[in-house]
Design a protein around this ligand. Sequence first.
Ligand code: GRF
Length: 188
Amino acid sequence: MKNIAVFASGFGSNFESIVQAVNDGMLNCNCKVLVTDKANAYCVDRANNHGIEVISFNPKDYGTRQECEKMLVKKLQDRGIDLIVFAGYMRIVTSELISAYPNKIVNIHPALLPAFKGAHAIEDSFNYGVKVFGVTIHFVNEETDGGKIISQRSFDYVEGETIEQVEEKIHKIEHVLYVETLKKLLEE
Ligand code: GRF
């Protein structure tokens, strides 16, 4: 059975839905570890509730991003991690991590890439007035939100909806699409 590591920096609702899918037998893998750059984030509480190991680091303790990722790669390899799943991980990664896990790092983005890259995709797309919102899951390369697309799902904007309502729909889709996509990737 494959081992996955989830990387998260915040609330961790995608992490939670992945763990739930593993526990329900929908995903055939071990969710071995949560990696985070934010020791106080809620995703850490979620990992603790599920008895999942947490690797927490402070980027400021490392001279460079590469140095920090070297430490992470060692820890991931020690734990036999096969696939890395970014779920709200707010750091840009370098070739140090990417070359250690070629085509084995995936990310979820709350917009239809290549439109609206970056950390404020929902707000940006809402303010732009888009009429079709969506979610993208893609491989991670050195360009932020720039790797090859694996799956996407969209929905039409209903006139009058608030950004909060749109956001809720996006998160609902994320939780389903990530599990479906990971299922396929794990079967490859
Ligand atoms: C999600 O919207 C994801 O697309 C983006 O960050 C958010 C993380 O949400 N990359 P959560 O921490 O999983 O609740």
